[in-house]
Structures are given as structure tokens and as C-alpha cells.
Design a protein around this ligand. Sequence first.
Ligand SMILES: C[S@@+](CC[C@H](N)C(=O)[O-])C[C@H]1O[C@@H](n2cnc3c(N)ncnc32)[C@H](O)[C@@H]1O
Length: 518
Amino acid sequence: MAALPFTATASDSASISSGETSTKKSSSQSDWTLNDQGCYIKIAEGKGRGVYASRVIQPQTVIEVSPVLLFSESEYEDHGRHTILDHYTFKWRDGRMALALGLGSLFNHSTHPNVTYTLDRAHECIKYASVRTINPDEELCIFYGHKLWFDPVGIAETLEPQLSLDQHDQPAFFDILAIDDEGDDTELLGPDDPNDILESDSLPFIWKKLQVDEEEENMDDIRTMQAWVVDIPDSKHIATMLNWLKRSGLESDTLAHLKRIRKKDCTSTLLLSVSSSAPLLPTNVDIGDPYQVLVPCNPALTQTSLVLKNTLWPTVYAPRRKWEPEKWSIAKVRWARDAISHILRESNQITSDELPVIAHVPRPFEDEAQLPRSFTAKDTRISTAHPLHHAAMNVIREIADFRASTSSSDIAADSLMSASPPEDSLETSCTSSNGTNYLLTGLTLFITHEPCIMCSMALLHSRVKEVFYIIPMPQTGGCGGSACLPALRGVNHRYSIAHWRPTELGAAPAHLDEKIDA
Ligand SMILES: C[S@@+](CC[C@H](N)C(=O)[O-])C[C@H]1O[C@@H](n2cnc3c(N)ncnc32)[C@H](O)[C@@H]1O
């Protein structure tokens, strides 16, 4: 490979050619930096050269913009792939391969990268940016992916950054992604494509298998719940009521597996909600009063079950089990790693007598719009002298408060934005009083310790999508430790559970005690 175009700016003439034979630079490099952000190169023990910071770099700072040299797919297949270039090139979006010039080729790999990068296709360059505060003489690393072609060193390094982090110091991959000039579908590409789906044994966590027999092929086995419905005698009001329902805020995932309308004996019945009290219905439409019926809790997994469930209420046929974990891409794993690093950092910073249990709900990976910000809560049982103030309960309550406070204003804002309400516009201000905001619907909880039985049940009620924990709690855990709440018969929601692999944590986090009651 031709020499990389670095120019030493001071008299120091140490060789920076590849390999371990290069002269080691002293740790004070500020007089010998290679770009505006003060990056310099030195030998990174066992990795060849690496890029280092000579001074503090703030989070989300663009530290390097490297132009790329592009190779066509065939040129790369026939030639580049068989040379050392194969260790330096990035997959470009359209099948071409890109060699990053400048510092871009010299960032080493870490599973806890402090640098992320975006492809700028318009300008044919790659932008590298810090994801947290970087300290002087700290190595700048990116994440190459999971299919490494070398034995990585420095991967089991401590998870804790050397300087304490302030609250603005969270990893910010997705903010950085917004740098992309096209702004649409930017991806972090490297030796692995972030959209690559990882095999389950490459994931840094292990899914717990819920031992449940859910086929529900006998009427007695079908799990049911009470739902509010209303008869619509005149079919011309169906569209009006469906429109009202959309705006009412009553719709929730809990009923997503059920059809909205049941037609029986010339009467149409509309499925409304599973709220504890009867929903307030519009008064200017000729419909009956709401009443409750039993409906299936889950979609039909088999045709036999579908026939039985349809006798209760028209049900969706979904052979894939509702709680079966979905496929995880490399990018999504990075998102989860950020969350795990976050809870570890937070729990390590607890200096009071409080238990070091941290619960965290990040903005969802797939649909950030679902939650405008992330939530983190610690255990406050000791400081509040309240036995129920576990971290998981606290975070559920914070999100509930947040969602409750925003739902009514959202609806108000929605109706204000509609300059001329449709003719059938109906009263919607009853929404929040219907109490159907399921608190953690579609969200993921990351927690240092397996939640206890109380918290696991609260999570079930909150309709959380999945729970990741680091420390199993065999005595008290409700996610498989002493019991597995979401696997119980009779519960009307299930969430997925994953245990973060201890080997992924590097040094065992000493501050996380396995004996406490989480
Ligand atoms: C893109 S280059 C990075 C710069 C490289 N260290 C150099 O001196 O040219 C990728 C190569 O760096 C080495 N490397 C990167 N990260 C490493 C790590 N964590 N452990 C060991 N080697 C690493 C591997 O040899 C890999 O093929």
C-alpha cells in the first residue's frame, strides 16, 4: 500500500510507517498533530498504529473528514481484495469499496468505540465524530463489526471512561448520523454492514426462552380479557366512529391482534378499549352504550385456534409468536450497547447508600418518535424510605407521568393544527380520562439487575416490549430467576427477556452486587 498522506508538522521525524517497528511517540504529542482537532498517531500496543487525541475532544465533534478512494466492485474483487487494502477498505453503499485517506484508515477497532462515522456520498468522504468526551492521549476507536479478521486486543478494557462524564456526555450515534448530507438512510458502514443481521450466538446477550404453551387450541385454553365495545345499529355511522376512534387515543397495542369491527346478525359492533372504566363516547352519533365482552388476549397461532378465537371476536392470524425476539442488526446491537454502558456508568456513580440499581429506557431503535427522550431512574428505596421505589418502578412512573402529561396536550395540538375539522369531527378531550395509555408499549428496558417479581409484574402491566438485564437474581428475580412473570399462564401480555453476556462486559463490574433485591 502506498504511504498514507500524513505530514508531520514539527521537527519530530519519527517514522509512522505501518507495523510495530515504528518509533513510539511520547504521550505528549500536542506539538505533533495531524489535523485541526489535534489527533496524532502512535503505536497502539498489539494493534499497529492508532489515532490518539492530544487534547480534550468534546462529544459530537467532527474530528476528521477523510476523502475516499473508490474501487469498483469488480476492480476490488479482482485486485484490491487480495492485497493489504482488504484491511483498510469500507463498504460503500453501492457495492463499491472505499479506502479512507487521511486518518480514516488508521482508527482501530473497539467494542466500546468513542468515535462513530458517516459516509458522505455526495462529497465522497467519511466523517468521523466523537460520541463522548475524549481525554488527552486516549485512543480514538471505531467499531468494525463482529466479524473480525484479527484477534482484537484492548477489547476487555474497562467500560468506564477515564474522565467522569456529565449528563450531556451520552453516546450519540444517532445525532451524529444526522450529519449525513442526504439525511435519509445513512448507515455506518465498515467491514460489516450495520444492517447485517447477527446470528443469535454473535449477539452480546442471550434471549431467555419463555416456556409457554400458547397454541390455545381448546376453548378452555384461550386466554381472554374484558374489552369495551359498542353496537352501531346504522352502518352509515361506522366510518364516523372509526375516525373518532383514531383520534380518541383509545387505540393501543393490546388490541392490535383483534379486528376493529365485528359484524353479526346485521349488527356491527366496534371494539373500543380495555380501559377499566367505560370510555366516553360521542353524544352526537346514534349508537348504544358501551358494554364489555370477552376477547382473546393474543392473536391466533394456528388455524384451529383462529376458528375458536373468532367465535369470541374476529382475531388476527399470526403464526409467528408475538413475543418471539426479532432479528437484531449490528446497528441495533450498538444501540443496546450504548444503553448497557449507560446503566453501568450510572450505577458506578452512585455514591450514597442507595442500591446501585439503574433502569433505563432509551428512545426506541426502530421508531424514535415513540419517545422523545430517554429515561433513567435509580433505586430510591433508601433515600425515600419507601419500599416500592425500585429503579424499574421509578422509571415506569417517570415515563407514565411524561406520557400522561403529553398525551392530552398532543391531542389539543392536533386539533388546533386541523384548520377545518372534518364534518364528523367529534369530541376527543375524553382521551386521557379513558386511561388507556399503556406506559411502556413498544419500549425496551435496560436494567443492571434482573427485576424482582413486583417489578417484573409492573413491567408486564406497562406492556414493555423487552427487558435486558446484566446481573441475574436467582433468589428474587421475576424474569426467570425465581419466577418468570411473562411466561405465566393467564397474563395478558408477554415481553422478551435477554441476559447481557458477562463476557461482553470486560472486567466484571464490581459495584454490581448480586445479593441485593432489585
Ligand atoms: C484499518 S487498520 C487500522 C490501523 C492499523 N492499526 C495500522 O497500523 O495500519 C485495521 C488493522 O488494524 C489492526 N487492528 C485494529 N483494531 C485492532 C484491535 N482492537 N486489536 C488488534 N488489532 C487491531 C488489525 O491488524 C487490522 O487489520
